[in-house]
Design a protein around this ligand. Structure first.
Ligand code: ZN
Ligand code: ZN
Ligand code: ZN
Length: 55
């Protein structure tokens, strides 16, 4: 399943796909959420099902 409108979250460990529209941009890179955009500074994951990224 390919969706040209989606890009992978820029967090290295994150498997989430985000639409550029809804992505949180940080330093020009798209992230799926605040935890990823903040480099998981608070130690929390992105909270998306099936994704266990914690930075
Ligand atoms: Zn994630
Ligand atoms: Zn993410
Ligand atoms: Zn992440």
């Amino acid at each position: 399943m390919t969706d040209a409108n989606k890009v992978k979250c820029a967090c290295a460990d994150c498997k989430c796909m985000v639409t550029p529209d809804k992505a949180i941009k940080r330093a020009g890179k798209p992230y799926c959420g605040e935890p990823c955009a903040n480099g998981h500074a608070s130690g929390s994951g992105c909270g998306h099902t099936g994704c266990d990224c914690h930075g």
